[in-house]
Design a protein around this ligand. Structure first.
Ligand code: NAP
Length: 320
């Protein structure tokens, strides 16, 4: 009898997945990260891995699992995966688009509001016990009606964020490598082909491009200097799309009026200056953190793994 196959599931998914998810051909579940695996003697039985976006899968992990057929990422971003190495071995790659779009766009709007209305400073004042009463000019923020929101990356989350911002009376402009008719029709957005032009006229810029070699460090000191004085930067994409030190400097100098940041270059590290600056509102990567989204991400990742193991097409293959 052949040895039982194993599906390797990130241990952090145990609660969402139930103790014993069912897999084709009676494969068993092992809860372990791709870097650990089920152990020598068992690694050769691993046919699928379900990693978190914080867990790398590259050549060294792939060498350990010679029978691997699918990497079913628990997340839409795939910057944790060495896709070229995975594909070169004939292994399928999937992710979890759409099911987390609303949750992440909601959080982008939460950050946008937090930065525009100076919620961190307000919270700190309220909690300090030193608030001495209502004053007409206390902690004045930016009104959103009629302001320009610049969306970088007109994909699923960029569009969902733009549609929400329209309800606040914002005007939408966007930058993307390709035109998005949905962005133009559903959010009334205007496309800018030159990033610097969009940065110079946006009151708030929200980042929604994936982290790739092309987008890494895209918002560097020069591009941040091109942003409108007093404008606000929101990032729910990936930390390394920004030059974090340059963002801190732009906030310190007052060139940027505020920032709302959910993601950081070397998570879980959040640079001290970003944590400490009063105009910077930071969160610990909560974009998709709703019960609904995180459960749906598990269902989709598991369905992708099941499909590949059954010899069917995955529901949401990574195309690129
Ligand atoms: P998406 O639908 O693929 O949208 C990304 C958009 O960026 C697409 O329109 C894409 O254009 C564009 N783009 C890609 N590379 C570009 C480049 N070099 N220059 C200009 N535009 C480029 O992805 P999504 O579902 O909206 O997710 C976006 C990102 O959000 C994810 O990759 C992930 O990193 C992040 N995210 C974070 C959280 C969180 O918890 N904070 C949650 C979910 C997602 P094409 O259509 O031509 O590729």
């Amino acid at each position: 009898m052949s040895e039982q196959s194993i599906v390797l599931v990130a241990p952090e998914l145990r609660e969402l997945s139930g103790a014993a998810p069912e897999w084709p051909l009676g494969a068993a579940t092992a809860f372990a990260s791709p870097a650990e695996g089920p152990g020598v003697g068992f690694n050769t039985r691993v046919v699928a891995v379900v990693p978190l976006v914080s867990q790398a899968v590259g050549a060294s992990e792939l060498d350990r699992y010679p029978a691997l057929r699918v990497v079913a990422n628990y997340g839409v971003g795939t910057d944790n995966l060495d896709i070229a190495s995975i594909r070169s071995r004939g292994i399928e790659v999937t992710n979890t688009p759409d099911v987390l779009t609303d949750a992440t766009a909601d959080l982008a709007i939460a950050l946008l509001l937090a930065a525009a209305r100076r919620l961190r400073e307000g919270l700190e004042l309220a909690r300090s016990g030193e608030w001495d009463g209502w004053r007409p000019t206390q902690l004045l923020g930016m009104g959103l009606q009629g302001k320009v929101l610049g969306i970088l990356g007109a994909g699923r989350i960029g569009l969902a964020t733009a549609r929400r911002a329209r309800a606040f009376g914002m005007e939408i402009v966007y930058w993307d490598r390709s035109a998005s008719s949905r962005m133009e029709v559903e959010a009334g957005a205007t496309r800018y082909e030159r990033l610097e032009s969009l940065l110079g006229l946006s009151d708030i810029v929200s980042v929604h491009v994936p982290l790739t070699p092309e987008t890494e460090g895209m918002l560097d000191a020069t591009r941040l200097a091109a942003m409108k004085p007093g404008s606000i930067l929101v990032n729910t994409a990936r930390g390394a799309v920004l030059d974090q030190a340059a963002v801190a400097e732009a906030l310190r100098s007052g060139h940027l009026g505020g920032a709302g940041l959910d993601v950081f270059e070397n998570e879980p590290e959040i640079p001290a200056e970003l944590r400490e600056l009063p105009t910077c509102f930071v969160l610990p990567h909560l974009g998709s953190a709703t019960r609904e989204a995180r459960q749906a991400m598990w269902e989709l990742a598991a369905a992708n793994a099941r499909a590949v193991l059954s010899g069917s097409e995955p529901l949401t293959p990574v195309i690129a």
